[in-house]
Design a protein around this ligand. Structure first.
Ligand SMILES: NC(=O)c1ccc[n+]([C@@H]2O[C@H](COP(=O)([O-])OP(=O)(O)OC[C@H]3O[C@@H](n4cnc5c(N)ncnc54)[C@H](O)[C@@H]3O)[C@@H](O)[C@H]2O)c1
Length: 325
């Protein structure tokens, strides 16, 4: 299949590109490199350096090309930033997405795989979270992703589009060559590994939650398992499968558990600093991925925490300054 991968110079998109190539698909990356890295684009994969917000530039970039499927990873994804600058999130995650949907018609792509998020649920009172839980986002980031899911629903109804929205929980780990290099980094696992490497402290935001050790519990899913779900989603759309699917491990680990597992994997002591709770951080977010298992035929197979941490640690050791170093 010919696949256009927006955001393919970013963390998850680059790993998906690698997997697409390994499976014999033809991937082309479209990325403005605002947060991504040229070095993350797999060797031999074409990079169209284009900002999705610029409709004219997008049309020019895609002119004369055709694709079967669009995988749409490109987005702004920082929850805290979205509370300070909501316009940026609605522009990049909604308006730019509409540009892409409209231009997708011109390139013949009628199948769409969208990177959605657990943030569409807001702060659910129970776990595991299934797709029929209420979607009540508590920040503009989650709202922008939910809005785009709803827009996709309308394109299914009024145009001949098929889509799968994958609601990721916490992506983590690395492939052999691609890993996580965000600036700023807000994700726990790379921050913990950085602290292991340079002796800095990890902030633990809240230790009085109603969880077994008082720290927040999250569902960490290996980026290679996420990548496999994208390939399955692409095939499943041909069988008429569509809609939103959770992608998680179905098991939660607390911040304290992640830190102590990282100490085991790295063989180093990791210093912690207590910090107040962050507004909008629910105690526990764990996915039920039963629907993805049934409809996509997908199941995570790298679910234990040490496996995820070891892959990320290996990548960090080989790239101590990320893609720049
Ligand atoms: N990382 C996670 O744990 C996680 C969890 C849930 C959902 N998601 C979603 O998955 C997707 C990928 O996440 P990631 O961690 O790989 O993010 P990332 O920031 O590493 O990658 C996003 C890529 O999109 C590009 N981009 C952003 N705006 C663009 C634009 N206007 N035009 C062209 N390119 C643009 C960036 O340069 C970057 O390369 C995002 O949509 C994110 O919201 C990620």
């Amino acid at each position: 299949m010919k696949v256009l991968v927006t955001g393919g110079a970013g963390y998850i998109g680059s790993v998906v590109c690698e997997r697409l190539r390994e499976e014999g698909h033809d991937a082309t990356v479209l990325d403005d490199l605002s947060q991504g890295h040229r070095e993350a684009v797999p060797v031999g994969t074409e990079l169209l350096e284009t900002d999705l917000r610029d409709r004219r530039a997008l049309r020019a970039s895609l002119s004369g090309r055709s694709f079967d499927v669009v995988m749409h990873f490109a987005a702004s994804s920082l929850v805290g930033e979205s509370m300070k600058d909501p316009g940026r999130y609605f522009e990049n995650n909604v308006s730019a997405g509409i540009n892409l949907l409209e231009e997708s018609r011109r390139i013949g792509a009628d199948r769409f795989v969208f990177s959605s998020t657990a943030a569409t649920y807001g702060e659910p009172e129970r776990s595991p979270i299934t797709e029929d839980f209420p979607t009540i986002p508590t920040n503009p980031y989650g709202e922008s992703k939910l809005m785009f899911e709803r827009i996709l629903d309308w394109y299914v109804r009024v145009r001949d589009l098929r889509y799968v929205a994958l609601r990721y929980f916490n992506a983590a780990g690395a492939s052999g060559t691609c890993g996580e290099d965000h600036d700023p980094e807000t994700h726990l696992i790379p921050l913990v590994l950085k602290a292991a490497a340079d002796g800095g402290k990890v902030h633990v935001f809240g230790d009085d939650y109603p969880t077994p050790d008082g720290t927040c519990v999250r569902d960490y899913i290996h980026v290679l398992d996420l990548a496999d779900a994208h390939l399955k989603a692409m095939e499943a759309m041909d069988r008429g499968v569509g809609g939103a699917f959770n992608l998680g491990n179905g098991a939660g680990f607390s911040v304290t558990e992640v830190i102590s597992a990282a100490e085991d994997v790295t063989g180093r002591r990791i210093r912690k600093a207590r910090a107040p709770r962050r507004p909008g951080d629910p105690p526990t977010l764990v996915a039920s991925s039963a629907r993805a298992e049934e409809a996509l035929g997908w199941k995570p197979c790298r679910e234990d925490l040490p496996t995820i941490l070891e892959s990320a640690w290996r990548w960090h050791r080989e790239h101590p300054r990320g893609y720049g170093g």
